[in-house]
Design a protein around this ligand. Structure first.
Ligand code: SF4
Ligand SMILES: [Zn+2]
Length: 367
């Protein structure tokens, strides 16, 4: 991996820019980051070493491009074509361009861009729902071969499910904000985007906690050097079928507290067994219904990414289905939110047995 900064300096345009690290770093050395200028590295991809080889020689490697500015900044309009020429010439490298200005992309393309270039990934950032709603439809509508999304610094809950479902986004990264004055990042926001990625089988990286991290109502102030390691250690990144989530540590809820919480939920406490359901359970016996529950849990919930997740549990037709809705064992999202069982992993036999127990406990209590 290498970095190529053809110009330096930028203009703030988005809530995510408030604590921009380019500004922070420049301020610390008395420099004005709002002045945009070409760097000495402008033609780095073509620079040669004494042996006549390319200086930037990481064949097939990723080149993070324009990391101290924005590639689509209008101040750089006169310089960009030269960059495209170099990118075209260096087919052995993969250029990764992160932008907050995806809405300028079309105006900034080289004439032979066509359907996009194989050696370029365009990554749109979106730090909150408003930015996601505006930028992601643009990102998806453009001729681009490789698309990624970065939600960093994540400033609010973001739902991007419908965009992920297109299959056109290759990777999503989320993370909190660092530095003094950092705005808080809630773990629940990270989990929500991760669940959406799991459902669409999109790789997901939880990059860093940020300096102010809120988890289960507690505020954690995390020092800079621990922000990335803690995110990595959490196991909350996701690559389909890699079993990363197996390392996630979690505790099942206390059963009494769980039932008390479910009782306080207007939605969950709406579910009840009809006389017909009760007669069915009495006729079959709880042991048989337990076997049905085991079977339903295994078939509909246990895969890493169950088919139709979120909609796999009918509202009626079997007392176990009713119990699933009443106890929030209806889908992997609810299992994560109510029972702490991480989504994106194959359920172990212990986890399946726990869910079955909860379902049967609820059914038995209704008879
Ligand atoms: S677009 Fe990026 S580099 Fe430019 S001000 Fe915003 S955060 Fe900083
Ligand atoms: Zn559910």
């Amino acid at each position: 991996m290498s970095i190529w900064n053809p110009w330096h300096g930028c203009k703030k345009i988005s809530p995510g820019c408030a604590n921009c690290y380019v500004y922070r770093r420049d301020e610390s050395i008395g420099k004005d980051a709002s002045i945009v200028s070409k760097t000495n590295d402008y033609d780095l991809p073509l620079k040669k070493n004494r042996q006549g080889g390319y200086k930037l020689d990481c064949s097939g490697g990723v080149v993070f491009t324009c990391m101290t500015s924005d590639f689509f900044l209008d101040e750089a309009d006169d310089w960009r074509q030269g960059c495209w020429d170099m990118i075209r010439q260096r087919q052995d490298l993969h250029f990764h361009i992160i932008t907050k200005r995806i809405d300028r992309f079309e105006k900034c393309l080289p004439p032979d861009w066509g359907e996009g270039w194989d050696n370029v990934t365009i990554c749109s950032t979106c730090e909150d729902q408003a930015r996601a709603d505006y930028r992601l439809p643009i990102l998806l509508s453009l001729p681009i071969k490789h698309r990624e999304v970065i939600c960093e610094p994540m400033l609010g809950e973001i739902n991007m499910e419908k965009h992920l479902a297109t299959g056109l986004i290759e990777h999503v990264t989320c993370g909190g904000e660092s530095g003094s004055g950092a705005r808080p990042c809630h773990f629940s926001w990270i989990q929500e985007v991760r669940r959406e990625c799991v459902r669409s089988a999109v790789p997901f990286t939880f990059k860093q906690t940020g300096a102010v991290f809120i988890k289960e109502g507690r505020v954690y102030h995390i020092e800079r050097k621990l922000q990335m390691p803690q995110a990595q250690k959490s196991g909350y990144s996701y690559i389909p079928n890699m079993g990363l989530a197996e390392q996630i540590k979690y505790t099942l809820p206390d059963r009494q507290q769980l039932f008390a919480r479910l009782g306080r939920s207007a939605f969950r406490s709406r579910f009840y067994l009809t006389d017909k359901d009760k007669a069915y359970v009495r006729e079959k016996g709880l042991d048989t219904v337990r076997r049905h529950a085991q079977d339903i849990v295994a078939k509909r919930l246990s895969a890493e990414n169950p088919a139709n997740d979120g909609k796999q549990t009918p509202m009626k037709g079997h007392p176990v289905f009713i119990a699933q809705h009443a106890t929030a064992c209806c889908c992997r999202g609810c299992l994560e939110k109510w029972h702490n069982i991480p989504s994106g992993k194959v359920l172990t036999s212990d986890e399946q047995a726990y869910i079955t127990d909860v379902l049967i406990e609820w059914i038995a209590s209704r008879l």
